[in-house]
Design a protein around this ligand. Structure first.
Ligand SMILES: Nc1ncnc2c1ncn2[C@@H]1O[C@H](COP(=O)(O)OP(=O)(O)OP(=O)(O)O)[C@@H](O)[C@H]1O
Ligand SMILES: [Mg+2]
Length: 226
């Protein structure tokens, strides 16, 4: 089976000369359909760098990334943008909501970009589950941190991406909602056969995932379960 996404010897550095920071050392990684994996590790260890490089939001400094078997290094910018839109759902640390659109309009925009109704999730179900009904006509600046995060989750999941990349999606949620969101990500992987990568600091949530990786100083190592 071709993995959903694969990293081969990928590295990522920032800056140049004596300012150079190696944020990601040679990394090999595979995510298969139906898998829910977690990334843990200290602040500044390279977790977000790994996730954004995996999601084609920034270029790797070295190595290759394959999405469903296609090497992304050879794609044009337009092809990469299409790939990101079609295959990936991002839930990022800095919530990537569009400031001048209400919660509901963030989803309307996706409808406008992709007219295929059948490729969408049930909006009402997402809003119910994420408790967004009351704030669907609010702009991001009028949302609490947790609401903003939940709106970003709704937006990321709305067009049913095959790969969901989530950077601390539960960071500003209460315990109950953190579990709900994690259960939702687990069911997306296990019941819908998609792939989910979640960065988290919350070790209580690790029971729900299939594999755990630890990032330390730019080195990604899989934790072997006992
Ligand atoms: N755009 C950038 N330019 C220069 N250095 C960067 C940039 N982004 C990240 N870094 C550096 O790369 C390293 C890894 O950062 P990264 O954001 O991936 O860490 P992280 O594990 O996600 O941390 P946190 O848990 O705090 O979010 C850090 O030393 C950081 O300072
Ligand atoms: Mg980070």
């Amino acid at each position: 089976m071709t993995p959903l996404i694969e990293m081969k010897q990928v590295t990522k550095s920032y800056g140049e000369g004596n300012m150079k920071v190696v944020a990601l050392h040679e990394t090999n990684f595979q995510l298969n359909a139906g898998e829910f994996v977690a990334i843990v590790g200290p602040s500044g260890s390279g977790k977000t760098t790994f996730l954004t490089t995996l999601g084609q939001l920034q270029e790797p400094s070295g190595g290759k990334i394959l999405v469903k078997g296609t090497e992304t290094g050879n794609l044009t910018e337009k092809e990469k943008t299409d790939l990101r839109f079609k295959e990936f759902g991002f839930i990022l640390q800095a919530s990537n909501l569009i400031p001048f659109l209400t919660v509901k309009e963030q989803l309307d925009l996706i409808d406008r970009l992709d007219k295929d109704e059948s490729s969408k999730s049930d909006r009402q179900e997402l809003f119910d589950l994420l408790d967004l009904n009351k704030v669907q006509n609010h702009y991001p600046k009028a949302l609490s941190g947790g609401e903003r995060q939940r709106a970003a989750i709704a937006r990321a999941l709305y067009n049913n991406p095959s790969i969901v990349l989530a950077d601390e999606p539960t960071a500003s949620l209460d315990t109950q909602r953190a579990y709900q969101v994690t259960d939702m990500l687990a069911s997306i992987a296990h019941e819908q056969g998609r792939g989910v990568v979640m960065i988290t600091h919350d070790t209580r949530l690790l029971d729900k995932v299939d594999r755990v990786f630890i990032m330390n100083d730019g080195h990604l190592v899989e934790e072997i379960q006992a």
